[in-house]
Design a protein. Structure first.
Lengths: 281, 184
């Protein structure tokens, strides 16, 4: 599937607000008006208050844009990490979100430029310095959008416990698999507790694909809760090393492996995965 | 495996159903040529309250456990209240005494079903060979697939189903817990 068709297959708002509530869109629009006013300074002198030469202004704005664009990627990667969608932990998908944020903010800044500067210059063609300063404002505006989404989560009453839940779920499953029965204390309980918490997060997420994962996790957890320790151990991979194993346990273990793979994908942010791949890990 | 409270309720909305382990002792993993899972799939829809008050899970490693360490195996196989033992496992694998001891250790209501899977002309001889093993009142023999299917269904529906009498299920479960605790 090509980039454009994959973008079309997902609601555009998912790229911009990461499945958060629609009210955030209004918050973003409100903040936009502030930046529209700020674009007053984008025009050439007399509106550029600092006396730089064109080449120096381009160099400074170019460097600033690169730094801000990188910061935007890290910020969006952090937002993606908070979601329950494996896709939003992918560096490529975050790059798409990054492009969407920049495209949106560039359009807004350019409209602001036209509204506030055109009456003075009479031209819709941007000057090189305008482009440089506009790029800084666009990335700054995009960062402000991401910041609003971050801020909403920060002040939310529901703290995101996803990283702890994933860690508890996977650790409990590993212990349950490895430990002999007499040494197992509360691993099944911990796994169920973390699984239920992850399930709530998945079920309340508005992002594409989380519904399917929620359904798979719910089915697996329901079965796990009904099993005795002997069966629970099999469900996380402690299968007898013989051909006397019934396929029902293999199916349940395969379902667990699929869940584990998805959860591990959600255990690293996109930017961290980029860093790890650069380091060759 | 945990002890059940005397007043435990089974079934929805929040209570855990009784988990009925079915332990198969067979080299072929099958019962009269049919996979145990498919037999269970046929039977379980006819069991009252299945998935609500009772769920059944097949465990196929019984024979491997007995071959490895018959004494240690008991701590695992005792947790299943329905044992399906292919007659060859007892007679031809030299595990006759081990099976006799394991069966004698089972609490009342554990159902040991020996599958005699051989031509009818050999049944008498096989039953004679099984003589000492079948002393226990918990042991039954079946000689055909329809009888086996009916026996499993009746056992799961009537004897092991908390819906038909939870006191017996609680008593069996707690007896097994005591037996396992005593061995550890």
């Amino acid at each position: 599937m090509g980039t454009f068709s994959s973008i079309r297959s997902i609601p555009f708002s998912e790229f911009l607000i990461f499945g958060r509530s629609e009210t955030k869109i209004f918050a973003i629009v409100a903040s936009e008006t502030v930046f529209l006013g700020a674009t007053f300074f984008v025009a050439k002198p007399p509106f550029l208050p600092i006396p730089f030469s064109d080449s120096a202004a381009l160099l400074i704005t170019g460097l600033l844009t690169v730094v801000l664009a990188a910061a935007l990627y890290v910020l969006l990667s952090g937002l993606g990490y908070q979601t329950y969608s494996a896709k939003f932990h992918s560096p490529v998908h975050i790059l798409k979100c990054w492009a969407a944020h920049l495209a949106f903010s560039t359009v807004v800044i350019y409209i602001g430029y036209l509204l506030l500067v055109y009456p003075y210059t009479g031209s819709i063609v941007l000057q090189p310095v305008d482009i440089g300063i506009g790029a800084v404002f666009s990335t700054g505006y995009a960062i402000s959008i991401a910041g609003i989404i971050y801020g909403e989560d920060y002040f939310s009453d529901n703290p995101n416990t996803k990283p702890e839940d994933i860690d508890q779920f996977l650790t409990a499953a590993e212990d349950l698999k490895e430990k002999p029965e007499p040494e197992i204390v509360d691993e099944p309980g911990q796994l169920i507790q973390a699984g239920d918490s992850l399930l709530t997060g998945l079920q309340t997420s508005n992002l594409e694909g989380t519904g399917d994962l929620a359904s798979d996790l719910q089915d697996w957890l329901e079965t796990f809760k009904q099993r005795e320790l002997q069966g629970q151990k099999k469900m996380v991979g402690d299968l007898p090393n013989s051909d006397a194993q019934f396929s029902v346990w293999e199916d349940r273990y395969n379902a667990f492996q699929d869940l584990e793979e998805e959860l591990r994908e959600m255990d690293n942010s996109a930017s961290r995965r980029v860093v790890l791949s650069v380091r060759g890990k | 495996m945990e002890k059940y409270a005397e007043d435990r309720e089974f079934g929805p909305p929040d209570k855990k159903p009784h988990n009925e382990g079915i332990c198969l002792f067979s080299d072929s993993k099958s019962c009269y040529g049919d996979d145990l899972e498919s037999i269970l799939n046929e039977i379980t829809p006819k069991i009252s309250g299945y998935e609500e008050t009772i769920v059944a899970d097949p465990h196929g490693e019984g024979l491997d456990l007995m071959r490895d360490d018959p004494v240690e195996a008991e701590t695992t196989i005792l947790k299943s209240s329905l044992w399906l033992v292919h007659h060859e496992c007892i007679i031809e694998d030299g595990l006759k005494d081990d099976f006799r001891r394991a069966i004698n250790a089972t609490p009342p209501r554990t159902h040991v079903c020996i599958l005699i899977d051989a031509p009818e002309s050999e049944h008498e001889e096989i039953e004679e060979d099984l003589d000492e093993v079948t002393d226990s009142q918990n042991v039954f023999t079946v000689k055909s697939k329809p009888v086996l299917r009916n026996s499993i269904r009746q056992y799961l529906d009537m004897s092991a189903n908390p819906k038909r009498g939870k006191e017996e299920v609680i008593e069996w479960n707690n007896n097994v817990c005591d037996l396992i605790d005593a061995r550890s």
